[in-house]
Each structure stands twice: as C-alpha cells, then as structure tokens.
Design a protein around this ligand. Structure first.
Ligand code: 5AD
Ligand code: SF4
Length: 482
C-alpha cells in the first residue's frame, strides 16, 4: 500500500479561522490524508489567510513568495490558499502565483477534498462563491485519527457572517451575511463533544450574540430552528458534562436582558466577556458606525457586573481611526480606566480596501497613532497587573491545556476568567491536559498567574465533575473587579 500523503495547515487570524482550519483538517482526514505539524514533511499545504489588517494580508504574499521553493523541492506537492484574503482576492492570487493549485473562500471549505483531488489531476481551481445555505455547517463527525490539539476544549460555530458593516471592518465583505445554525444541530454537536470528554466549549460567531436575531425579530425562529442567543446558551448548559461555556465575539448591541441575566443564573457560563468597545468617544463610535454611545457601553458593563459581580471584562480597541483627536483618545483612556478591563487587544487603525472608512479624510499621523497605542497599552499593562495581584491568595479552577511555553515540563491552563495560570511543580503531579484542577494562586505576573494545584479531578477519563463555574466565597470577594 502506498504511504498516506500528509497535509499541513498554516492558519492566521481569529478563532473562527483557527476553527475553520480544524474543520478542513477533519475533511482531509476523512479523505485519507494524515496531519503533520511540519510543513517540510507535507505533500499538501493550505494557507488559511486573514485580512483584518494590512499586516495580516501582507503575510500571505510573503508566504507565497517563500513557498515557491517548498513547491519546487518535491514534485506533486499541492498548495492551496483559503480564508478571508482568498475570498476577496481569489482570482488575483491564482493569476499572480503559478505555484498555487487552488483557492477557496470562507463559504466553500467543504469543497477542500474535491479541490485537492482536482489538483492531483493537475487542475487549478477557484471557489469563492457566496451562499446563505446552511449546508456549509454539514460536516462529518470528527475523524478518530485526528490529533486533539486542545483536549477538554472545543470551538463550536453557532453563526457566521456579519451584517453590521462597521466602517473600518472588512469582515462583512469576506464572511458574508449572518447565517445561524439550527439550535438542535448545535446541541447535537455539543453532546457529541461532551461524550468524548470535552468540558469547555467556546461558541463562535463574528457577532456571536446576534445568533438567531433576524428569525426572532420576524417571529420565524420556530420555523428556522433558531432561538435567541440566551436561550441557546441555556440549552447547551443543560447538556451533561459541559462544565464551561464561553462565547466570542459578542457585539454590545445584542445583549438583551436575558443574556445579561444568564451570566448570574447559568453556572456553566464563564464569568468573562470579551466585549469589543473599539473607542470611548461617541464621535468616533458614530464614524465607526458602532450603534452605541460610551455611556451605553458603560451601562452594559455595569449590568453584567450586577448579574455577576466577579465578571472579568476584556475588549478590542482601535487607535488612530480617521479624525480621532487627542480629546477622543482621552475618552478611550477614560473608558478603559473606568470599566477596569482586565486585558484588551489594541490595534492601530489600518485602512482596508472596500470599507467606508478607507475613503474618510483626516487620517491620523502614523507616529501619533503609535504614541497613542503605546500609552493605551501602558494603561492596560497596569490594569492587568493589578487584576492579577488582587487574585493572589485565592483559589480558582484551571482547565489544563498542556506544557507552558516558557517553562517546558510545567502545565498551564485557563481559569474561568480566561486568565492563563501556570502551575508550579511537575506536570505529572497536577493532572493531564483536559483535566479540571483546583488551584491556589501564589504569584502574579504581567501575562499570567502562577498557582499550586490543590486537587485534581479527571476530565477526559470520566470521574466526577467539579461543580462548574461557581466561584468560592474567597474568589467572589477578591475578584470584585476581575
Ligand atoms: N484596523 C484596525 N483594527 C481593526 N479591527 C478590525 N478592523 C480593523 C482595522 N481596519 C480590529 C477590531 C476588531 C478586531 C477583531 O480587529 O478591534 O474588533
Ligand atoms: Fe467587523 Fe463590526 Fe462585524 Fe465585528 S461587528 S465583524 S467589527 S463589521
């Protein structure tokens, strides 16, 4: 029998892209391919691209230049390009890079085995057609031979696409219109994940809490098989074995009372919300086409805190949006300080082709944008450190992920607040990746917490479940701002 051919996927960008890569890996495994971590050993390489900022997009072109050599090294090698850049620039990529065998966009990942088979026959193909069909969610069960990169945890797509058209953002062009999966299909997938030892699920969508909103508004949810996002969360929390539910990324406009309440009522719902604010200035928010004011954003964070006092909030912020004045930027700083974010992703505005903001005048000088970014990051560093320090001495629960990058041999994982916790002592003593362990926090660092295991409860191997999500009295007190 001929040896099985090997594939490698190089992925950039958001969690949706990471999950798309997992889906493609599964499809290729079903088609008889074997995964490898090493692109040098691969016969097939798929580059899963991101176009959110110019820097991300440029990486593809650098990669494709370098991959000419990879392709030439061994005859019969196949190169594919996928993701958001593929969706927007598909034919250009195929024309410009003779080494590329196939290109498929964000709506067509299901076609990957067909495109690979065509490439094996020497055919080059392009599939970037858009669809609203739910067919894109029909994917085979996980292949048993596929290595599990994240034992105990899994992503679950609940909706795709975005109808918001923020003026800076390319996503509505690359991911198309909002489409929500049927709630029963999502529940079935989650039950299957729980059945193979998954304890934590992260619900994914470009505007994840917009799940089902169009159907609910039109009174057509029952027909469409969708429901409100809060109802979906409650449905999934009832599935035995699911100890933690996260979701990313929500839009501030789609928090209804029920979702806020769920944070106080659903034990499995993690006390962390990543809530993109983008700016603290009403003037900038309006130009960004974000449909809320800074006061409304603050009010939302307060109601989340009322529902779940220990909730940790993180956010996305953009500096240097066209027309952003120093006063606007100060308002962003004030928002960050007042809300007390535990952490944030901060970005310098990057004009994206085809977006409304790309044609706005009053560009901010790049050096000034850089200064603002540095000042914002400085404030966030001190907030993160203060939040971490406030936790030292308390206990938390960590879902083990594997060796810590900086201290090989030691385990690390995430607590319910989504903070990284590195464990002291040898890995074997604490547990295995996928286990939930009780940890006593002993030290704060700028990027993570350090903890000592108190006890270990087997995750993937069965055994009794820890009561999910519920903070100890100690945690509640200490984490008032985290
Ligand atoms: N420039 C800078 N940052 C951007 N983001 C999205 N588009 C741009 C852009 N053109 C940021 C937003 C978004 C995150 C995923 O990326 O903050 O929430
Ligand atoms: Fe982009 Fe705005 Fe949609 Fe988020 S809500 S994906 S920032 S357009």
């Amino acid at each position: 029998m001929a040896p099985k051919r090997r594939f490698h996927i190089r992925t950039y960008g958001c969690q949706m892209n990471v999950h798309d890569a997992e889906k493609v890996a599964n499809l290729l495994s079903h088609a008889g391919w074997v995964a490898t971590d090493d692109d040098g050993a691969a016969d097939l390489l798929v580059v899963n691209t991101c176009s959110i900022r110019e820097k991300a997009e440029n990486r593809l072109y650098t990669d494709l230049g370098l991959l000419r050599e990879w392709k030439a090294e061994r005859p019969g090698r196949i190169l594919g390009v996928a993701g958001c850049v593929a969706q927007q620039e598909g034919d250009t990529i195929l024309r410009r890079f003779r080494t590329v065998d196939f290109v498929y966009g964000t709506h067509n990942l299901r076609l990957v085995p067909t495109l690979v088979a065509a490439a094996e026959q020497g055919e080059r193909s392009l599939r970037i057609d858009e669809t609203r069909s739910l067919e894109r969610f029909d994917l085979p069960e996980r292949h048993p031979d596929l290595p599990d990169a994240t034992p105990g945890r899994a992503f679950v797509t609940v909706m795709e696409g975005c109808d918001m058209f923020c003026t800076f953002c390319v996503v509505p062009n690359t991911r198309g219109r909002e489409v929500s999966r049927k709630a029963v299909d999502i529940a079935e997938e989650v039950a299957a994940l729980a059945g193979r030892g998954v304890r934590e699920i992260t619900l994914l969508g470009q505007t994840v809490n917009a799940y089902g909103r169009h159907d609910v508004r039109r009174g057509k949810a029952a027909q469409a098989g969708t429901e409100s996002f809060a109802a979906l969360v409650r449905r999934l929390a009832a599935i035995p074995g699911i100890a933690r539910i996260r979701y990313t990324s929500p839009h501030p406009a789609f928090f209804d009372d029920d979702l806020v309440r769920a944070h106080g009522e659903v034990a499995a719902l993690c006390p962390h919300v990543h809530l993109p604010a983008q700016s603290g200035s009403d003037r900038v928010l309006e130009r960004m086409r974000r449909p809320y004011t800074s006061a409304e954003y603050r009010a939302l964070t307060e109601s989340l805190r009322t529902a779940r006092p220990d909730i940790a909030l993180t956010t996305d912020l953009i500096v240097g949006f066209p027309g952003e004045t120093d006063a606007d930027f100060r308002e962003t700083l004030a928002l960050v300080r007042d809300v007390g974010f535990v952490d944030a992703y901060t970005f310098k505005y990057s004009p994206r082709p085809g977006t409304k903001a790309a044609v706005l005048s009053e560009a901010v000088d790049p050096a000034l944008a850089q200064e603002r970014l540095a000042e914002l990051q400085e404030m966030l560093r001190s907030l993160t450190m203060a939040a971490h320090r406030a936790r030292v001495g308390s206990e938390t629960e960590v879902l083990l992920e594997g060796g810590s990058a900086r201290r090989p041999g030691q385990l690390s994982g995430r607590d319910p607040y989504h903070r990284v916790v590195n464990l002291t002592g040898r890995a074997e003593a604490a547990g295995r990746p996928g286990d939930l362990v009780r940890v006593h926090l002993v030290e704060a660092t700028p990027r993570s917490l350090i903890g000592e295991p108190v006890s270990s409860v087997r995750g993937a191997g069965g055994g009794k479940f820890l009561k999910p999500g519920a903070p100890t009295a100690d945690e509640k007190g200490r984490n008032a701002r985290l």
